[in-house]
Write a protein that binds this ligand. Structure first.
Ligand code: ADP
Ligand code: MG
Length: 580
């Protein structure tokens, strides 16, 4: 509970003035509301003693004034408090997003995307409901209840106790049914998301379904899902249908008690007619707090549970962050990279095993090796997408852990193995992270990456939207867009992790020679399966099971007659076969 309060306190504190104003309005409104029946009772008594027009007008005027005050302050109360709950929701959502962006990839390895999304939407909503309606109705109902209870007690304590006997039952019923309905509702929402993901999957995978003649099977499965969904909905309708009449019956019993016992006490002359009327009016006022109390308890429970789930994320610290005592890279950055006895362990096992290697500034090196040998892991260490388990990585002699990751990454153009494009314009995808890039620079980057000829055939050129909302790029086009994105940053170090795998060899040749021009004097690291990609590199490393197995230039490695030489022979043969 303390942890939860610590999460939410800064937000409440930020809006303390508004909250105080809202609470003030709430108290005034409650006093006005509680005074109404009192005035009515007094009026009835005064009029029964002797009718007189001035008296009636006076009481009528007082009632109208009180109602106006109550209405006005109720309006302010709602506008202020509900408004603040929206403000806090907004702040919390922003902070959550900012925080999510700052977290390192190991967090995303542990958490499922759907889970994160649920916390950022449903849980955030539950927190808002707690802070807005929850707190507001809680304060409103408790204050009303205390006021009304005291006045009633003071008038006739016996009648008060009888009258309020069923009140806890109303609250409990609301609580119980509220929870039941909420659980059912959540289950239905989850089912609905199952149904819609099923539909989405079927639409995206429609070609596979046709090709494997699975229409019937898919239809059957969908029908089952759809039937379950409807069944759950009917259950919910059944419960909510039961709930309202039950509530009304309970409330009716309360009113009945007041009418009965109050009536007999009126006959006995223990209370006046005015007090009897007042009691009835108060009971009418108390119906809402009785209902609201049960509801508020549920809102609070849901809200605190959700806040707990949100603060779990907010308390995650990025495992990769800027150190306290920053060191800066020498300016200009030369781009010498050194791995010192680097070991990386995943949960699944060891990916890199004591790798030491040095890449001189300005060199073009290549890394080859079987899938799963650790190539991607190795290069991910350079922009510090993760840290080695043991050992260290240095750029220009500075340990990466002493640098600000953001400043380090500004000097690196990194094309990951699986390219990701945003549903945005092509030019925005290329200039991602370099907002200042001019059209000219984007064009040049696209040319270097061999993307320019394709762009000419697109309907809107560089303004074409790609991804889900736009045209679908081929694998090779995606890769070249990603390369352009890396090149437009004008990096000192360029890393291409298998970034030419979907590009034909001719285009690959063109891209490589264009890049060689730009990257002259800068460091380039190429990962590839193709000898044609890497043969011109200054130095080639063969990685095997997380270790460097071979090292040298093209000619030296052929001489060595190991993995690389094998690869070369195989690909040479393939080429010859293709030529036939
Ligand atoms: P390569 O790029 O040479 O194909 P990787 O560096 O991707 O190799 O992977 C090396 C090994 O580490 C593989 O056995 C792979 O299964 C494992 N691995 C890679 N990434 C992760 C990860 N995020 N979590 C757990 N294991 C991983
Ligand atoms: Mg890889």
């Amino acid at each position: 509970m303390r942890k939860i309060l610590r999460t939410i306190w800064p937000y409440l504190w930020r809006y303390r003035t508004g909250l105080l104003l809202g609470m003030g309005a709430l108290v005034v409104k409650d006093i006005g509301g509680a005074a109404l029946p009192f005035v009515i009772g007094k009026g009835v008594d005064a009029i029964t003693k002797g009718f007189n027009v001035r008296l009636v007008l006076w009481f009528a005027g007082a009632l109208v004034a009180l109602s106006a005050i109550k209405g006005l302050f109720q309006y302010w109360m709602r506008v202020i408090i509900i408004g603040i709950s929206r403000d806090i929701e907004y702040d919390l959502r922003n902070d959550l997003f900012l925080h999510l962006v700052s977290l390192s990839s190991d967090f995303y390895g542990r958490m499922r995307t759907g889970d994160i999304m649920a916390r950022a939407t449903n849980d955030l909503n539950a927190v808002r409901m707690m802070l807005g309606p929850g707190i507001m109705y809680w304060a409103e109902t408790s204050i009303t209840f205390v006021f009304v209870f005291l006045v009633m007690l003071w008038t006739d304590w016996r009648l008060t106790l009888f009258a309020l006997l069923p009140a806890p039952m109303v609250s409990l019923a609301v609580m119980y049914f509220g929870r039941l309905i909420h659980d059912r509702f959540e289950r239905i929402q989850k089912m609905f998301s199952d149904v819609s993901s099923r539909v989405q999957e079927n639409i995206s995978g429609v070609r596979v379904i046709r090709a494997y003649v699975q229409e019937e099977a898919e239809l059957k499965q969908f029908e089952r899902l759809n039937r379950d969904y409807i069944a759950q909905n009917l259950k919910l309708a059944w419960i909510s249908g039961l709930f309202m009449p039950l509530l009304q019956a309970l409330v009716g019993i309360t009113l009945l008690i007041v009418l009965w016992i109050g009536g007999s006490r009126l006959m006995e002359g223990r209370i006046t007619l005015g007090q009897f009327v007042m009691f009835n009016t108060y009971m009418g006022i108390l119906v809402w707090p009785m209902i609201a109390f049960g509801w508020v308890v549920n809102l609070m429970q849901r809200g605190t549970a959700s806040l707990g789930r949100i603060s779990q994320i907010l308390e995650e610290r990025p495992s990769i962050a800027a150190p306290k005592n920053l060191r800066r890279l020498p300016s200009p950055v030369r781009g010498e990279i050194e791995f010192r006895d680097v070991t990386v362990d995943y949960d699944s096992g060891r990916a890199l095993d004591g790798i030491s290697l040095k890449i001189p500034a300005g060199a073009t090196v290549a890394i080859v090796g079987h899938t799963g040998s650790g190539k991607s892991t190795l290069v991910q260490l350079i922009p510090r997408l993760m840290d080695p388990t043991r050992g260290s990585v240095l750029i220009d002699g500075v340990d990466l852990r002493e640098l600000d990751p953001a400043e380090l990454r500004r000097h690196i153009g990194f094309v990951p193995q699986d390219t990701f494009l945003f549903s945005a314009k092509l030019s925005e995808n290329v200039a991602f992270g370099v907002e200042s890039a001019s059209e000219e620079e984007i064009r040049r980057a696209a040319e270097l990456a061999g993307l320019a000829p394709d762009v000419e055939s697109f309907p809107d050129g560089y303004q074409t939207v790609v991804g889900e909302r736009g045209i679908t790029l081929s694998g090779g086009q995606k890769q070249r867009t990603a390369i352009a994105r890396a090149v437009v940053r004008n990096p000192r170090i360029l890393i291409l992790d298998d970034a030419l795998s979907s590009v034909d060899t001719l285009t690959e040749d063109r891209i490589l020679s264009a890049l060689a021009d730009v990257m002259r004097g800068r460091t380039t690291i190429l990962i590839s399966h193709r000898v044609s990609t890497v043969r011109n590199a200054d130095r080639i490393f063969v990685v095997e099971k997380g270790r460097i197995a071979e090292e040298g230039d093209h000619a030296e490695l052929l001489e060595l007659g190991g993995y690389y030489a094998d690869l070369y022979q195989k690909q040479l043969l393939e080429e010859e076969l293709e030529a036939i």
